[in-house]
Design a protein around this ligand. Structure first.
Ligand SMILES: Nc1ncnc2c1ncn2[C@@H]1O[C@H](COP(=O)(O)OP(=O)(O)O)[C@@H](O)[C@H]1O
Ligand SMILES: [Mg+2]
Length: 259
């Protein structure tokens, strides 16, 4: 049974900087929601706050469960998965071993499912969904950049999240790799997982998402379908007009991106 993520009035302050200012959004099962915005807009902060790695005010709810006061591991166990900006694989492990590492989520539901269905079967299902079946027994250190990102995504899926928060999974990929990642991501979402996708790659986000939330200076600037976002004047002014150099810091930005 998958659950909707409800984020309500989420606010994060780092000293004098309000990195996130009263953000409200939802991600339903089987829904792919894009989160975009200029560098320093608060995208990573939102993922950190929702997954419990940064202190925040406001509420985070997954289905019936209020996770606002729970620690990061408890949120993960409840069904909130995440990936890391600039994460990397365990190079001395095989692809399948990397997936198994991601699966560590010791609750009764997973233990029971794995006893009945088998861990290996679940890894195979993920690999099929991502089109990486042929890589399962290969060492991870020989993989191409695009394949590494798919395995990283598989590692996050191995924990059986209801909702997955992805921080710039296409960073460092070329156009072809990024478009393959988008296709696989769509399969993941269509299989029922809700995904919040943070990315700089506008083509990726506009092409694959059901709905997009635009952050600017920590607040929601706009929300809508890719079509609505592309024609929104506020968005064009704040972000799309700068799409030729999305990595560039905007004038007056409080600070640059973190590594
Ligand atoms: N740990 C931190 N301590 C202090 N300020 C931070 C920290 N993390 C992020 N910030 C600041 O919060 C704002 C939002 O950053 P971030 O969430 O990384 O933006 P984005 O991911 O959209 O590029 C920026 O001004 C950034 O400098
Ligand atoms: Mg970021």
């Amino acid at each position: 049974m998958t659950k909707t993520l409800h984020v309500t009035d989420l606010t994060v302050r780092y000293g004098g900087v309000t990195a996130l200012n009263g953000v409200t959004l939802t991600v339903a099962p089987g829904e792919l929601v894009g989160l975009i915005g200029p560098n320093g807009a608060g995208k990573t902060t939102l993922i950190d706050a929702v997954s419990g790695f940064t202190k925040a005010t406001g509420t985070v709810r997954l289905g019936e469960y209020d996770l606002s006061r729970r620690r990061a591991y408890a949120r993960a166990r409840a069904g909130l998965g995440r990936s890391w900006q600039a994460a990397d694989l365990y190079d001395d492990l095989t692809v399948q071993e990397n997936l198994t590492v991601g699966a560590y989520r010791p609750n009764w539901r997973q233990t029971l499912t794995e006893t009945v269905r088998g861990r290996a079967r679940h890894d195979e299902q993920i690999a099929e969904l991502l089109g990486i079946q042929d890589l399962l027994h290969q060492p991870s250190d020989g993989l191409a950049a695009g394949q590494r990102k798919l395995v990283d995504l598989g590692r996050a899926l191995a924990g059986r999240p209801d909702v997955l928060l992805l921080d710039e999974p296409a960073a460092g990929l070329n156009t072809a790799e990024s478009s393959l990642l988008a296709t696989r991501l769509r399969s993941v979402v269509d299989a029922g997982t809700g995904v919040l996708l943070v990315d700089h790659d506008m083509a990726l986000v506009l092409g694959v998402c059901d709905r997009i939330v635009v952050l600017d200076f920590g607040s929601v600037l706009a929300e809508g379908t890719p079509q609505q976002i592309q024609t929104n004047q506020d968005v064009i002014a704040a972000y799309l007009g700068r799409a030729a150099s999305p990595e560039a810091d905007r004038p007056g930005s409080p600070a640059g991106d973190r590594p």
